[in-house]
Design a binder for this molecule. Structure first.
Ligand SMILES: NC(=O)C1=CN([C@@H]2O[C@H](COP(=O)(O)OP(=O)(O)OC[C@H]3O[C@@H](n4cnc5c(N)ncnc54)[C@H](OP(=O)(O)O)[C@@H]3O)[C@@H](O)[C@H]2O)[C@@H](O)CC1
Ligand SMILES: [K+]
Length: 464
């Protein structure tokens, strides 16, 4: 499990550890890990030009100490001090002693194009976006296409929420310390962090509320049939989706539901002929199920479909059109699978607000509805009403394709029918969906049906 801790949790763990270690020991560990990661990215340290962006706190101190290490290995390291009066004194002395130099202004900093810049402007002590002087320098570096490695977090992001509070650094990679922070998993900040490397500090950390499942977690949660299982004990998943106008949604939802986690798939709706033709193993018609997926279906049909599914008193996945009829869904176990626009409609806010504060709105929706909310996005978030959130960090950008959401809803429904609770079903389903997309894509474009087709291969690899 990848844990993402809050600033408060990290500060407390660091303080406890620092009390037992010599002064400055943690910063040395941090700077060593940082300089190693920068060296790896540079490939060749000797002769490389590295520019340090140094703010007023210990984040700048990390950058200076790492810069000193790189300078000792032959890099030409210069430092642009953004708060010259408050620069970390020992770090600055170390850089100077190693042959690094301080540049007076942005013009001098960019006189020769750096091969790489190290963002030590601000770390977990930051508030608000970049200040104007830092923003101007960061923009100039972006114009010159200089890759940036962020120290701890890309400066300007909101560490505990994943929001962007104004101008910020867009990093190629981020080197963080002790543990992931929320901003490393939650978009839009996670996107600004690039690839995240964690330098272990040996912190003793509490349970995190924001986590990301890893392959071994998913493998442990997968519902595997008992030796004596038969199709009914493995769970039946019912799908109510599709319409005469959109039969494809039903076919794809059933494809997701029918990847083998549930013992059987039942279909009810207007696209029965298309579903039968594509999936001969599906049973058509009402009957007993252990979970229902109610998805794209259009208008009044969706309200009726939600009401009928809820009447069975089993867990529900509510997707697409069904999300507009939550009042008909009762208060049992429910997994809602909106994209940002659908969640915005649900909460009566603008889509843009949801996109800028994905964690906040996913949590709010879960709390207000009492359901588990799976907010689809580049890093899908699955929020439980108790505040726990799992982010999905696998999945290529190619997954943003028509019908992929139908496959996901069906897949989550089959996991619910097989006995997972809504939080596990949503997060495991989302992880498998992303991993299957990555497998199917191999770096190229995919269709929703390819994602469904790749699911058994991904599961085989996990269980193997
Ligand atoms: N703790 C540990 O054990 C370890 C910590 N480590 C490292 O320390 C970092 C935390 O250091 P920190 O506490 O000094 O805070 P940090 O983020 O450098 O700067 C805070 C100062 O910046 C300023 N400022 C605020 N907002 C700003 C903005 N938007 N734009 C510009 N400036 C802004 C504000 O000062 P002001 O200018 O307002 O006086 C504030 O006081 C952490 O991220 C990690 O890198 C590692 O070495 C491992 C061990
Ligand atoms: K930073």
């Amino acid at each position: 499990m990848r844990d993402a801790h809050t600033v408060e949790q990290v500060r407390a763990a660091e303080a406890a550890l620092m009390a037992r270690l010599p002064e400055g020991a943690l910063m040395q560990q941090a700077a060593t890990g940082l300089s190693t990661a920068v060296a790896d990215l540079l490939g060749r340290v000797y002769g490389a030009r590295v520019l340090l962006l140094v703010g007023s706190g210990d984040n700048g101190g990390d950058a200076l100490w790492a810069g000193a290490r790189l300078a000792r290995r032959g890099a030409a390291v210069s430092a642009r001090l953004l708060s010259p009066d408050k620069t970390h004194p020992a770090g600055l002395a170390a850089l100077r002693a190693a042959g690094g130099r301080v540049v007076e202004d942005d013009v001098a900093a960019l006189a020769t194009r750096p091969d790489l810049a190290v963002d030590g402007i601000v770390g977990i002590g930051g508030r608000g976006g970049l200040r104007p002087d830092a923003a101007a320098l960061v923009a100039a570096l972006a114009d010159a296409d200089v890759p940036v490695v962020a120290v701890d977090v890309p400066s300007g992001v909101d560490v505990d929420t994943g929001r962007l509070d104004g101008p910020h650094v867009e990093a190629l990679a981020t080197v963080t310390f002790g543990t992931h922070k929320v901003a490393h998993l939650v978009d839009p900040a996670a996107r600004a962090a690039g690839t995240v490397h964690v330098v272990d500090l040996g912190l003793d950390l509490p349970r995190a509320d924001v986590t990301a499942l890893q392959a071994d977690d998913v493998a442990a949660l997968l519902p595997v049939p008992e030796p004596a299982a038969h199709k009914y004990t493995r769970g039946l998943v019912g799908v109510r989706a599709g319409s005469e106008q959109y039969p494809g949604a039903a076919v794809l939802c059933v494809a997701g539901a029918g990847t083998g986690f549930a013992g059987m798939v039942r279909y009810v709706g207007a696209a029965a002929d298309e579903v039968r033709a594509a999936h001969p193993e599906v049973v058509v018609g009402v009957g007993q199920v252990q979970a229902w997926v109610v998805g794209s279906g259009g208008g009044d049909d969706a309200a009726e479909a939600v009401r009928e599914a809820a009447a069975d008193g089993v867990p529900l996945v509510l997707d697409a059109d069904a999300l507009q009829h939550l009042d008909a869904a009762g208060s049992g176990e429910r997994l809602l699978t909106p994209h940002a626009g659908e969640l915005a409609r649900l909460l009566g806010v603008e889509r843009e607000e949801v996109e800028t504060d994905q964690l906040g709105f996913a949590r709010r929706a879960a709390e207000e509805t009492g359901a588990v909310v799976l907010l689809k996005g580049r890093h899908t978030l699955v929020a439980a009403p108790d505040g726990r959130v799992r982010a999905t960090t696998v999945g290529p950008p190619w997954l943003a394709t028509a019908g992929a959401g139908d496959v996901l809803a069906g897949l989550c429904g089959s996991l619910l029918a097989a006995g997972l609770d809504a939080f596990d079903a949503g997060s495991v389903g989302s992880w498998l969906h992303g991993a299957a997309a990555a497998h199917a894509s191999g770096g190229g474009p995919i269709r929703a049906r390819d994602v469904a087709a790749a699911l058994p291969t991904v599961c085989r690899a996990l269980l193997g």
